[in-house]
Design a protein around this ligand. Structure first.
Ligand SMILES: CC(C)(COP(=O)(O)OP(=O)(O)OC[C@H]1O[C@@H](n2cnc3c(N)ncnc32)[C@H](O)[C@@H]1OP(=O)(O)O)[C@@H](O)C(=O)NCCC(=O)NCCS
Length: 159
């Protein structure tokens, strides 16, 4: 695992149980539907006990500004990002980009081939963000989020 890394004035560190309240506050602020909020909390609690999983938080100005969840699959040597959220108070300040770079480095250190992540097709902000991080559109998964809401996968291979 990478050590805690200060990136300019952003610190990225491993999640601890006491972060859940701040994460819940961020999820409330972004206004996701309850099933997505619940899904994120459950996934965090699952990943921290999974030897292939990691959860990291980003701090800025002494406040929790965002978090990312990652699962480094050994079976196909790909890493998946089931959750990435930056507080609306801190968006467009490179926090999401730094969190993605951080888990990509961890993925490479583990010998994985690349990273994939999905988002609702109508999440134009996230689509623009993943493209800006160098991700390519993979496939559309019909009805992935809801019956009327498809998912789109983005992927980046290291070589
Ligand atoms: C998507 C998200 C994680 C981006 O985090 P962020 O910290 O704001 O992103 P960064 O500041 O690192 O942005 C890097 C680049 O991505 C692109 N980008 C980021 N947000 C964007 C937006 N809202 N619209 C268009 N492009 C965007 C830009 O090119 C940006 O560079 P710039 O600010 O120099 O123009 C954040 O907006 C978020 O948490 N959204 C709500 C939850 C969500 O959608 N999660 C991900 C998908 S499920």
């Amino acid at each position: 695992m990478l050590k805690n890394q200060p990136i300019i004035d952003i610190t990225i560190r491993s999640y601890t149980d006491s972060d859940m309240k701040d994460i819940a506050d961020i999820l409330t602020k972004i206004g996701w539907a309850p099933q997505y909020v619940e899904g994120q909390k459950r996934y965090i609690n699952k990943l921290i006990h999974d030897e292939e999983g990691s959860v990291f938080v980003s701090e800025k100005e002494g406040r929790l500004a965002g978090f990312i969840q990652v699962q480094h699959y050994r079976w196909n040597c790909l890493s998946s990002v089931p959750g990435l959220v930056v507080s609306p108070d801190y968006q467009r300040r490179s926090i999401g980009g730094n969190l993605m770079t951080y888990i990509e480095k961890e993925s490479q250190l583990q010998g994985n081939r690349g990273v994939f992540v999905d988002t609702p097709v109508n999440n134009q902000e996230a689509r623009a963000f993943y493209k800006a991080q160098g991700y390519q559109e993979g496939y559309i998964m019909p009805r992935y989020y809801e019956d009327g809401l498809d998912g789109i996968t983005f992927q980046k291979f290291f070589t």
